[in-house]
Design a protein around this ligand. Structure first.
Ligand code: S3P
Length: 432
């Protein structure tokens, strides 16, 4: 299915943003280990989160799904049962990596697989440290790729220095640490999103954090059952935020967006490009900072970003690159080699999409260099089934001359099921 987009008039009004993907995955997993029922409000009903939900059901956890709420019937730390079939993680790397950490310490066998896109993503980053903890876990292609086979075993804590800043890796190790004897410590080269730490602490597990090091003492006997309301996903808000900046005359309010400082790299990068973004009604909801974000059309200038900012906006690089095509001067985005192993090789897909629309963009192994401002023109965009690339191309279409067609529209469901209806409501006539 293709999306057809043409240049839009000003975007105005308020946009509600769906629940955070990372927090929804974790709320489901930790809920399933809790000692009693857990209510999760404003959960993200996306294909990726449904993958986690489906795997948990296959592990014997009852979950009732309602309109804006799920009820997870927690079975305690030792209540999951051996799945009768392969656990289908569909296209969700978070499901596969976080669940593997938890399954490594269970007294049964499990096999995790998914669609071709997920079966091409690197798993040695979790297999190696989990094996060091004593896990019996293996993958195909010399332990690099899914499917993963886990024969649960006794685990012991490790002191692990990860070569990459990845919340999926650090979370997988910390979650395995819940079942391991002794101290589990994971040190990242830069801090990644810290939702796992916040959520474990809120459920009664002390986690020590010092810089980019996180540790806990296992085994943990129980997790407190805690109801949650999931904040809006800043990674989804990002598409409307940049649309509001780029479409002339626009003024948008994004309601109840999670502004955890380990996720707000895009706001810092845009501020570095001379943009004013207003946060209103800042508050704490269930241990996560939340705010309403106001944005209006503004001129941007180039910026250089890299280092510790990158893990704080790893999913926002496609939309930042689009913003950079409209900024005066040069934008350099460094240290983004991790983009090569996302749903697609995002360095290649970003360059492919933006060049097809007339942008001046170059890439190296781990960086992007963009010259602006460049007027964009419509094109037929192959989003290669990557939800964030498809959404970035749709926003690009709003400022491009002529017609933009975006392929694999249905994949947007992976993270933002309501994206297209919201875009149609904001830009009537410009999106079909
Ligand atoms: C996620 C972490 C990020 C991000 C992904 C979700 C998570 O991956 O790209 O969309 O929920 O932990 P890495 O931490 O592996 O970069």
């Amino acid at each position: 299915m293709n999306l057809h987009v043409v240049r839009s008039r000003a975007l105005t009004g308020e946009v509600g943003v769906p629940g955070d993907k990372s927090i929804t995955h974790r709320a489901l997993l930790l809920g399933a280990l809790s000692s009693s029922n857990v209510y999760i409000r404003n959960y993200l009903d996306s294909a990726d989160c449904l993958a986690t939900l489906g795997c948990l059901r296959a592990l014997g956890v009852q979950i009732a799904r309602r309109q804006a709420e799920v009820v997870v019937h927690g079975r305690g730390m030792h209540g999951w049962r051996e799945p009768a079939d392969v656990l289908d993680c569909i296209r969700s790397g978070t499901t596969m990596r976080l669940l593997s950490g938890l399954l490594a310490g269970q007294p049964f066998m499990s096999v995790l697989s998914g669609r071709a896109q997920l079966r091409a993503r690197p798993m040695s980053r979790i297999i190696m440290p989990l094996q060091q903890m004593g896990a019996h876990i293996s993958g195909r292609a010399a332990n690099r790729l899914p499917p993963l086979c886990i024969q649960g075993s006794k685990l012991s804590g490790i002191h692990y220095r990860s070569p990459i800043a990845s919340a999926q890796v650090s979370s997988s190790i910390l979650l395995a640490g819940l079942y391991a004897e002794g101290i589990t410590t994971i040190i990242e080269p830069e801090r990644s999103r810290d939702h796992t730490v916040r959520m474990l602490r809120a459920r009664g597990v002390p986690v020590a954090v010092e810089g980019a090091s996180q540790s806990l003492v296992g085994p943990v006997a129980s997790l407190d059952a805690l109801d949650v309301c999931i904040p809006g996903d800043i990674s989804s808000a990002a598409f409307f935020l940049v649309a509001g900046l780029l479409v002339p005359g626009s003024s948008l309010g994004l309601k109840s967006v999670g502004v955890n400082p380990t996720r707000t790299g895009l706001l810092d990068a845009l501020q570095g490009m001379g943009v004013q973004i207003v946060l209103q009604n800042e508050r704490d909801e269930g241990g996560e900072p939340v705010a309403d974000i106001l944005v209006h059309h503004q001129d941007l200038h180039g910026v250089t970003v890299g280092g510790s900012m990158i893990p704080r906006m790893i999913d926002e690089i496609p939309i930042l690159a689009l913003a950079a095509t409209q900024a005066e001067g040069e934008t350099i985005i460094r240290d983004v080699g991790e983009l090569r192993v996302k749903e697609t090789d995002r360095i290649a897909t970003i360059v492919g999409v933006l060049r097809a629309m007339g942008a001046r963009i170059e890439a190296s192994e781990d960086s992007l260099i963009i010259q602006g401002p460049t007027p964009l023109h419509g094109a037929f965009i192959n989003s290669e089934g990557d939800h964030r690339i498809a959404m970035m191309a749709a926003v690009a279409g709003l400022i491009a001359a002529g017609d933009t067609f975006v392929s694999h529209l249905e994949r947007i469901q992976d993270s933002f099921p309501g994206f297209v209806p919201k875009l149609v409501a904001l830009a009537p006539g410009a999106v079909q």
